[in-house]
Each structure stands twice: as C-alpha cells, then as structure tokens.
Design a protein around this ligand. Structure first.
Ligand code: HXC
Length: 510
C-alpha cells in the first residue's frame, strides 16, 4: 500500500516537472514564470485543483511515442481568486514548446465545458509554439474545438486571455474571441504570420516585438487590452479585474466592502470645466473622483485615448465607465473610439454590469480618413450597443454634447435611465460658431453681425436647459454632488427590468 502511495507521489512529481529542469531554467532565463508558477501567482494560495495531470498524447509519428510528458503541455483545473471560483489553463512551454496536440486541446475543452456548466470565468494563459507539428491535422482540429468552445462561452462566462510567450498563426484566434487579452511587454507576441513570412511576402523587415508585441497590440491594433512589465504584474492585474466581474451572465456583479464615504462631496469638481469652453481637462480626474477609493481599472488605456473605458466601484458595486476625453482630439468620436467603446458596452450588457457614461463630445471627427474608413458603420456600432443594452444606464453631460454624438452617448432617447447634466453642459446640434456660419451665411462678411449671432446662439443653446425643458435631461446637478447623485441613481436601478423583443440574435453593424 505504502508503495502505491509513493508511486502516485512520484508520478505527480514527474508531471510537475513538465519538460524537465533544464527547460525550466531556460524559461526562467527569459524572465518568464513556468506554467505552474503562473497558476500559483494567479490563484489564492493552495486553492488550485488540477485536472488531467496524467493525460498523454497518442501520436506515434516522428518518434513521438518516445516523447511523452504527463499532462501534455498544458496545466488545467480550477481554483479561486479572492474566494471566487475560476477555471484556468496554462500552457507549458517546457513541454514541446507548449505546442497544442489533440489531447492538449481536449484538456482545455474539458475545463471550458465545466466553466460554462458551473458558471465561472475561464482564464487562459498562452505560451505556445502553436499546433503540434508532428500531429498535423489532428492538432488543427484541436484548435477548432477550442475556438468553438470560446464561441459558446462568449457572453455566458467571462473569458480572459494572458499572452505570456509566443501565440502565432491560427492560435491567435482563441484569445481573439475572449473578452480581454493582457500581454507581457518584450516576452510575448501575437501575429497571424511571423516576421520571416512577412519579409518574403511584402518585403517588410520587422521584428516580432514590432509586429505583434504588447505595445503594438495595445496602442496600434487594439487586439490587446493591457500591457504589463512582467508575468507577475500581469497576473496580479488579472486578479484585480476578476474581482470586479460577475462569475457568469446569470449573476449580478460582486458587491465588495468599500471604505469611501457614499456621501463624499467633491468641491473641486465645480471648477473642473475651464472657463474657455474649448480648453481641455482630464476626464480621468472626474472618473477617479467618482469611484470608490479613486480606483479605476482602465481597459485599452493606450488605444483611442479620446475615449476612456474601464471599471470602477460605486458603493462597492461594479460599474462600467465610458467617458469622452477632451484631452485627446477634443474628445471627438472617431472610428477607433467607437469600436473600443462599443465592445466595452456590449461586454457590460452581456454581464449585467451597469454603465456610467460621462459626456463631453464635440461630435464625430471629420475627414476623408474617417469616411473612407467607414466611420458611419463604426459609429453605428456604439449607437447600436448603447441602444440594445438593457442594463442600468446613467449619463452625465459635463460640457459638450453636440450633434449625432449627443444621441449616441447613452442619451435619453437610447433608453438612458438617468440623464444628468452639469450647469456647464452645452447640448446642441453643433457649436455656436459652426451653427452661425450656416444659418446666417448671408452675414458672413460682417464680423460684428456674426459675433452677435454667435452670442445669441450661445445664450440660447449653450446650456442644458433646452434639453431639460423637454425632459431629455432629468436634472441639472451640481458637479460636486455627482458621486452621490450617480450612486443613488444606480442604487435605485438595482431591480431594473427591461427586455428586448425576441430574436435569434441582432445584426449589429460589424
Ligand atoms: C512541436 C514544437 C513546436 C510545435 C516548438 N516546438 N514549437 N514542437 N510543434 N509547433 C518545440 C521545439 O522543437 C523545441 O523542442 C521546443 O519546443 C522549444 O522550441 P525552441 O524553438 O527551442 O524555442 P524558441 O527558440 O524559444 O522558439 C519558439 C518558437 C519556435 C518561436 C515558438 O519554436 C517556433 O517557431 N516553433 C514553430 C512555430 C510554428 O510554426 N508552429 C506551427 C504554427 S501553425 P526541444 O525538444 O528542442 O526542446 C499553427 C496553426 C494553428 O499553429 C492553426 C489553428 C487554426
């Protein structure tokens, strides 16, 4: 009996060694943690329960029958993050480069099925040389099986991908279909075809980091949502994010103890808006002053900086924030900002996370680049996402809300529940100068007349009261009381019920 128990321990020890000490040392020398170390950092201490530790591949080609490693290059199982359940898989680069075999894929699919059934998020840690070359189409099939699971899990449980090494070729499409992708700077990359193929086909010379590193994907392509300095930082940040998310689409977001006063008055907000209505100010300041303990988990902070997206807590409850940023492009909506915010709004709606929208938008960005790039269709994504969302929606217009962008940014007309405005709000079809030049075109040669018309337009429309008279704005609030008002609004909406007409699914302009 003793012997059998020892045998089990010996088998476990061998499985825990993955591809062996030499390869573990190589992994460490690249500044990377091993698959198991990553799980240890990610999950609460001692909470990890492993599945399929002894699974082995079945390939007999190219001498593979002699190269078997228990677990087959991926560590899978479940554990907890601050006491809440998550499923996790972590590819082990020390085993055949973390390459994906048929059985490796089956292990991932198994925990994804369990995550869907039991309603807990899936966190995938990617560090892999791609399809196991010796297995050929069996490995390709394995990838497709994982893709199908990603699609089925989408909107049912949150899916989070960490890219902590290579992720190339078709392998990129599994993370691409998850809700969030986080990368590590200088040690991870994602691309459909690598630098060598790029050089052959297009003559471009580019490094792997330039082509598909963390900076590229967080600032240029928007494929990834966050870039971190090292494995540890990325894993800690994922823990912070998971804390804010519901476990599945049937649950409300978690409510945590909070240490901030619910009645905190922020007098400094009364002077946040500069006297010159075209001068910028940092919308981050408003977000932080509203949030419990000033904590803002920003999503895609390095992309489309003219709009901010991310999560805060208000009185302990998670709220998704979308906010125009006057510091960049004057806060205009453009293709990138519309896409970024639309995807964020849809995530929030899928997982019952209420949405706070902070508006200071002079309109859509003009220009051929925007029109040729399809700003009509991309802008429509954000409009559509807000309009279909049934979660509680609270909107605060701080300054400009002009033209179509006024409608888009969670206006009353798109079923906004609470639409507040600051006294500094200007809600109009366009700015006074532009409006005057159109309606008083015949006076364009007379500067005095134009100035008088502009002043007249400003007096009549550069305020929140015309909209308030129509009930499009529910109330004009003091900036300093915004946290209290918004928190009370969300509290009153906790039992909101709103459903859209039955349909198989909608046809959002993709
Ligand atoms: C089998 C692989 C492998 C793979 C790496 N290895 N990739 N084994 N299948 N796909 C093995 C190596 O043979 C080596 O084994 C070990 O993993 C570590 O690899 P190294 O090359 O020594 O590591 P490194 O120098 O860090 O380079 C990593 C790498 C490189 C850039 C990922 O290994 C590489 O280019 N691999 C091939 C990538 C590839 O073309 N994959 C198929 C893509 S197609 P030993 O025994 O020496 O330690 C694809 C399609 C998916 O994925 C489609 C889905 C629809």
């Amino acid at each position: 009996m003793q012997n059998i128990l020892e045998q089990l321990e010996a088998r476990r020890d061998s499985a825990r060694l993955g591809g062996g000490q030499r390869r573990i040392d190589v992994q460490h020398s690249k500044g990377k943690l091993t698959a198991r170390e990553r799980i240890e950092v990610l999950l609460d201490e001692g909470s990890f329960e492993e599945f399929d530790m002894f699974v082995a591949h079945r390939c007999v080609d190219f001498g593979m029958e002699k190269q078997k490693y228990p677990g087959d290059g991926v560590v899978t199982g479940w554990g907890t993050i601050n006491g809440r359940m998550v499923y996790v898989y972590s590819q082990d680069f020390t085993v055949l480069g973390g390459s994906l075999s048929e059985t490796h894929a089956a292990k991932i699919c198994k925990i994804m099925d369990m995550a869907i059934r039991n309603g807990a998020p899936v966190i995938g840690i990617n560090d892999s040389g791609g399809a196991r070359i010796q297995e050929g189409v069996a490995a390709l099939g394995g990838y497709a099986d994982v893709f199908q699971k990603n699609i089925m899990a989408s909107g049912v449980v949150p899916q989070i991908s960490l890219i902590m090494g290579p992720c190339a070729g078709g392998a990129v499409y599994s993370p691409a279909m998850t809700d969030f992708i986080f990368m590590v700077k200088d040690s991870s990359y994602m691309f459909v075809t690598g630098p060598d193929v790029v050089k052959t086909v297009t003559n471009e010379i580019v490094t792997a980091e330039e082509l598909g590193g963390a900076r590229t994907h967080t600032s240029k392509s928007s494929v990834a949502d966050g870039a971190y300095e090292n494995d540890m930082e990325a894993l800690f940040e994922v823990r912070r994010l998971v804390d804010m998310l519901p476990l599945n689409n049937r649950e409300k977001p978690p409510v945590r103890p909070y240490f901030d006063s619910h009645s905190r008055v922020e007098s400094s907000l009364d002077t946040l808006i500069p006297d010159n209505t075209n001068a910028p100010y940092d919308m981050h300041e408003l977000v932080r002053k509203l949030a419990d303990e000033g904590d803002f988990f920003e999503i895609q902070k390095d992309f489309a900086k003219n709009i901010l997206t991310g999560f805060i807590r208000l009185e302990g409850s998670t709220v998704g924030v979308v906010a125009n940023q006057p510091m960049v492009l004057a806060g205009c909506l453009d293709i990138d900002a519309s896409r970024k915010a639309a995807r964020f709004v849809r995530f929030c709606d899928a997982f019952e996370i209420p949405i706070l929208t902070l508006v200071d938008v002079p309109g859509f960005l003009p220009g051929t680049t925007q029109e040729y790039g399809g700003v009509i269709k991309h802008g429509a994504k954000l409009l559509f996402a807000y309009g279909e969302a049934t979660v509680p929606k609270v909107t605060v217009i701080t300054r400009k809300a002009y033209g179509g962008a006024y409608d888009v940014m969670a206006s009353k007309h798109l079923r906004g529940d609470f639409n507040y405005a600051w006294p500094t709000a200007e809600i109009a079809v366009m700015g006074a100068k532009g409006a005057t030049e159109i309606i008083h075109r015949s006076d364009l040669g007379d500067a005095d007349k134009i100035a008088a018309h502009t002043k007249d337009y400003e007096d009549r429309f550069a305020n929140p009261f015309v909209a308030a008279e129509r009930g499009f704005i529910d109330e004009v609030i003091m900036p300093r009381n915004t946290r209290v008002r918004v928190a009370r609004a969300f509290a009153s909406l906790r039992n909101k019920q709103l459903t859209n007409p039955w349909k198989k699914h909608d046809n959002i302009p993709l």
